[in-house]
Design a protein around this ligand. Structure first.
Ligand code: NAI
Ligand code: MG
Length: 504
């Protein structure tokens, strides 16, 4: 099969691409396209179809036409296709890493790490296909009572731009393993790696129509997908505002939703913390992918006794964190994804200057390309938990440092947030650390470690950080529905002694 995407890493272009509907590579029905941009330079690298309602209708129809056949394809066969896809991802990892880096701003070494890990997700979810199922139930009388765990049918996957392939794989792989068909709407900022992934899906031998990709903008392609009456499940990762809009569209046709909506995660440092580790985790927490991470540890609760020593080490460490081009070997932090993201983060830095004390950063890093969307790691101290920079998701490398001294008050402040995705506790006293883990109102806690996403551990949020769980065995609920079956084993309705014949 000829490859449709041509990745030129020297020219940093990809050419014009098509989207994948019903097993065919097509332009948008309107014929319109939009530019894919390299955030390191601000240059256009490809033209992408600008999908709309007509394209969504076509993709959902293709997915619906295959839904029953895919549901009744042997689970082992579905699993085998997912494992073949994992192998193809590994074989094409270098090219996928370049695409991800060029289109999303992950620096190449990081993109290689991310893509290198991806086959683990395919393998884990392939394993679910023939290992999860219904249960038998003990009911009174001579009956066989059991459940069947069945797919939802057509599922929609609305993906953001921060981890395009990881977020695509973590929802489509379990959906496919459990017998659903998929329509994917990648983020308009990062369509390219998803289209190459779709080529690999085709090469792996998935039947046409099982996996479809419609590229385009949120209101034009995402909204009609969420609203489509034949879509029975929607997995969305992104902003709270858009998540709520998607859930409202889903409610109109009673589709199931899985929402992962970001956070304002506390990094909690106790006075007995191992300082060097805590500093490194803090840097990872707010600088990983330039802070464009749902779990970003952007609220640092720092015990007053160690504040000076900690901040001194933090500033020294940040001075070594090179911000730059994705292809520069020394880069530890790339650009923000888009001009819009840069404007948004810059606005929050200005708000921070009014609310708190700017300790470090706040500007454009020296030596970075003029057209790129770079921002320095930025640290504000003397932040109050009620400040906007402590409550709102900035989605950039901006840290708000909040001093604390009383443990009860600390917990109240940590939980005083509309979000509840994740928290980190650095503390050598295991009793204190576990007490925090038990009382924090969040979907995930790391103790003496920074976040590492894995397919086997459930990920998701409390409060406005979302609903449902990605990954782990818990993800099964997001892509299945339960059918109850009851069988009378007496052979005739009135033969059994428990039949009263009474009406309900
Ligand atoms: P967004 O939530 O608007 O976009 C995410 C996805 O939803 C994209 O595929 C987009 O095309 C789609 N979308 C947008 N409007 C839609 C609609 N009306 N109906 C259906 N789909 C729609 O997020 P955006 O604008 O890219 O980023 C804004 C903020 O959202 C960020 O600054 C960050 O705070 C947050 N965010 C959180 C993410 C996370 O990992 N939890 C990921 C991306 C953004
Ligand atoms: Mg891009």
């Amino acid at each position: 099969m000829p490859q449709l995407l041509t990745v030129d890493t020297d020219a940093r272009t990809v050419g014009n691409v098509q989207m994948f509907v019903g097993g065919e590579w097509v332009a948008a029905a309107s014929g319109e396209t939009f530019a894919a941009v390299d955030p390191s330079t601000g240059e256009t690298i490809a033209q992408v179809p600008r999908g709309g309602e007509a394209d969504i209708d076509r993709a959902v129809a293709a997915a619906k036409a295959m839904a029953v056949e895919w549901q009744f394809t042997d689970a082992v066969a579905r699993a085998a296709l997912l494992r073949t896809l994992g192998g193809l991802i590994a074989a094409n990892a270098e090219e996928l890493a370049h695409l991800e880096a060029m289109d999303s701003g992950h620096y190449l070494a990081k993109a290689r790490e991310l893509i290198g890990a991806l086959p683990l997700w395919l393998d884990y979810f392939a394993g679910l296909a023939d290992k999860v199922g219904g249960r038998t139930i003990e009911v009174p009388g001579n009956k066989l009572d059991f459940t069947l765990l069945e797919p939802l049918g057509v599922t929609a996957h609305i993906v953001p731009w921060n981890y395009p392939l990881l977020i695509l794989a973590r929802s489509t792989a379990p959906a496919l393993a459990l017998g659903n068909t998929c329509v994917i709407k990648p983020a308009e900022q990062t369509s390219l790696s998803t289209l190459r992934y779709a080529e690999l899906v085709q090469e792996a031998g998935f039947p046409d129509g099982v996996f479809n990709v419609v590229t385009g903008f949120g209101p034009e392609a995402g909204a009609p997908l969420a609203a489509h009456p034949d879509v029975m499940g929607i997995t969305f990762t992104g902003s709270v505002e858009t998540g709520k809009a998607v859930a409202k569209l889903a409610a109109d046709h009673v589709a199931q939703v899985n929402l992962e909506l970001g956070g304002k995660s506390p990094m909690i440092i106790f006075p007995d913390a191992e300082l060097d580790d805590a500093v490194e985790a803090t840097v990872q927490g707010f600088c990983s992918h330039a802070g464009q991470v749902c779990v970003a540890g952007s609220r640092l609760f720092l015990h007053s006794d160690i504040q000076d020593a900690f901040l001194e080490k933090l500033v020294e460490r940040l001075k070594t964190a090179a911000v730059g081009d994705i292809y520069d070997d020394s880069t530890q932090m790339g650009p923000l994804v888009s001009e819009e993201a840069l404007e948004r983060v810059t606005k929050y830095i200005e708000i921070g200057k009014l609310e708190a004390n700017l300790l470090y950063g706040g500007g454009k890093p020296q030596g970075t390309a003029d057209g790129g969307y770079y921002v320095e790691p930025t640290v504000f101290t003397d932040v109050s938990n009620t400040d906007r920079i402590a409550q709102e998701e900035i989605f950039g490398p901006v840290l708000s440092v909040i001093p604390w001294s009383d443990e009860g008050d600390l917990l109240t402040q940590c939980n005083d947030s509309d979000f509840g995705l994740f928290a980190v506790v650095f503390c050598q006293n295991i009793t204190k650390a576990l007490n925090m883990a038990k009382r924090l109102q969040v979907g995930g806690v790391m103790i003496n470690d920074w976040f590492g996403e894995l397919p086997m551990s459930p990920h998701g949020g409390y409060k406005q950080s979302g609903t449902g769980r990605e990954e782990g065995l818990e993800t099964v609920h997001g892509y299945t529905q339960v059918k109850h079956v009851s069988v009378n084993l007496d052979g005739s309705l009135r033969a059994g002694s428990d039949w009263s014949g009474a009406p309900l």
